[in-house]
Design a protein around this ligand. Structure first.
Ligand code: FAD
Ligand code: NAP
Length: 447
């Protein structure tokens, strides 16, 4: 019987476990996660006001509750926990589904000024990630600049623009809700270095900005006119054409003097964050123009946009894992169809799926076929792997070495504690925001 460890319980980890049990009637799968809570970015990334997407957790739950799948929470794989080499000794195969945990950097002066944050930090805060230590994002800020025009940029812009009445029904932690309810941010500039037709956001997400209560959305017609696809976007792929059409609608609309305003800006490349009183006061951008090949060139003209809060939303990045090869350029583990490649050779027994396999792009559903491809490779190797001598129960071996995983019942205790907290606050489910409260809930299940 094949025993497989899946490291990471985000979408790619859950879809890997699902494919394994669907395609092999005997396989046993342990899904390990460094957090006591499953679901990866579905719990700690998807915006709290996107309840429908969040409810995908229910589909992932059925995978982790499958009779041949075990969730082992609170187990870090790596030097601070179970080394990758040890895991390989305990299981016939290990599939790494560890995502892309960090953010890309801009590499410009002032990037680290107080008041400048990565979108990752902001998202972790309002999603109650237990590693999140920062707060004070919106304190004393009137204007915010969001750098980047991808879907994460749209998420953080929308959360900044939402009022307390809309955020209160979500599972956002109470401290973040209180801070955002008291926010004095009224101007939000979301800024792309290229043109409207090259923005990475999707139309559904873009349109949502226009539906926010008490919020004007503005687009500078001159920046739309600079786009290579102007005046006729019909040659664009459908997704980009729809984006441009939505932006055109806003460029032609008359602002309603709403209490909050979102300005979508284009052809502006960030070159420096400027300080004022020891913290960020503005972002200096160089105006760009299309280079005719899909990129942009600088014009030598600059524009400063005032901001006491800057959120850098320029993409995520995979982190190296000790014991695994890593391509620092692309931020992924080198692989062929999910098989980890060491030197020039695929390494049977070690696999990857999800963002650490292909890079930080794609929606939740993209991880399903991606995981299936990896599982197909693994099962092709299975005849070889299953003859390797492995302990009957790797969990018993891990326990003997002092590892104390949070079992599924521990996670269920966290869910109960979050429902109770919400009820005590007169809200729905409210997330526990730190390690202490999560682990206290887990202990309550054990006692
Ligand atoms: C802010 C944000 C919002 C998003 N919103 C949406 C959305 O609304 N809709 C949509 O379709 N897609 C959305 N996405 C994209 C989607 O979340 C990703 O496609 C998906 O989560 C990638 O899955 P993954 O399993 O590769 O990584 P992740 O979801 O990041 O899961 C990785 C898991 O591995 C665990 N882990 C990491 N290192 C270790 C280790 N050393 N030991 C043990 N465990 C470890 C982590 O704790 C985590 O649980 C969003 C992405 C982001 C960043
Ligand atoms: N609701 C949803 O479905 C949802 C929500 C959130 C995330 N996601 C998905 O998760 C993935 C990650 O999203 P993401 O928004 O983090 O990444 P992304 O889609 O790659 O967008 C990154 C943005 O940052 C810009 N950028 C990169 N480097 C820059 C620099 N040095 N200076 C200025 N701008 C820079 C990019 O511009 P260039 O194009 O010019 O490089 C782009 O606009 C995406 O696939 C996304 O669709 C989905």
């Amino acid at each position: 019987m094949l025993r497989v460890a899946v490291v990471g319980s985000g979408p790619s980890g859950c879809y890997t476990a699902q494919s394994l049990v669907q395609l092999d009637p005997e396989v046993r799968v342990d899904v390990l996660d460094r957090l006591p809570c499953p679901y990866g970015l579905v719990r700690y990334g998807v915006a709290p006001d996107h309840e429908k997407i969040k409810s995908l957790q229910n589909n992932l739950r059925t995978v982790l509750e499958h009779e041949r799948v075990r969730f082992l929470g609170g187990v870090q794989v790596g030097p601070a926990g179970v080394p990758a080499t040890r895991l390989r000794e305990l299981y016939h195969a290990v599939v790494y589904c560890v995502g892309a945990a960090t953010d890309r950097h801009l590499g410009i002066p002032g990037e680290d000024l107080p008041g400048s944050w990565s979108a990752t930090e902001f998202v972790s805060w309002y999603s109650a990630h237990p590693d999140s230590v920062a707060d004070g994002f919106v304190r004393a800020a009137r204007a915010a600049v969001v750098i980047g025009v991808g879907n994460v940029a749209v998420d953080v812009t929308r959360i900044l623009a939402r009022g307390a009445a809309e955020l209160s029904p979500t599972d956002m932690p109470q401290a973040a809700l209180s801070a955002l309810a008291a926010s004095t941010v009224t101007e939000i500039h979301m800024v792309g270095r290229r043109g409207p037709s090259q923005a990475r956001f999707t139309t559904k997400e873009l349109r949502e900005l226009g539906a926010l209560p008490d919020t004007d959305v503005t687009v500078d017609p001159a920046e739309l006119a600079l786009d290579p696809a102007y005046p006729d976007p019909s040659s664009l792929p459908a997704a980009q054409r729809r984006n441009v059409e939505v932006l055109r609608g806003w460029a032609g609309a008359v602002p309603q003097d709403a209490p909050r305003r979102i300005s979508l800006r284009f052809f502006l490349r960030p070159v420096e964050l400027l300080a004022e009183g020891g913290r960020v006061g503005a972002v200096r951008f160089e105006r760009t123009e299309p280079d005719g090949r899909g990129g942009v060139t600088g014009t030598g003209r600059f524009e400063d946009i005032e901001a006491q809060l800057v959120l850098r939303s320029v993409g995520y990045r995979g982190m190296p894992m000790e014991g695994l090869p890593f391509d620092a350029e692309s931020g992924i583990v080198p692989n062929v169809e999910g098989r980890v490649v060491r030197g020039h050779f695929a390494s049977p027994g070690e696999y990857v799926a999800g963002w650490i396999k292909r890079g930080p792009t794609g929606v939740i559903g993209t991880n399903r076929p991606d995981a299936k491809e990896t599982v197909t490779s693994l099962l092709e190797d299975a005849a070889l792997l299953v003859h390797e001598d492995r302990p009957d129960d790797p969990l018993a071996a891990l326990r003997a070495e002092g590892v104390r995983p949070v079992p599924w019942a521990g996670w269920q205790a966290i869910e109960r504690a979050e429902a109770e907290l919400g009820a005590s606050l007169g809200r729905g489910v409210v997330k526990l925001p730190d390690w202490e409260s999560l682990l206290a809930a887990v202990r309550s299940a054990a006692s």
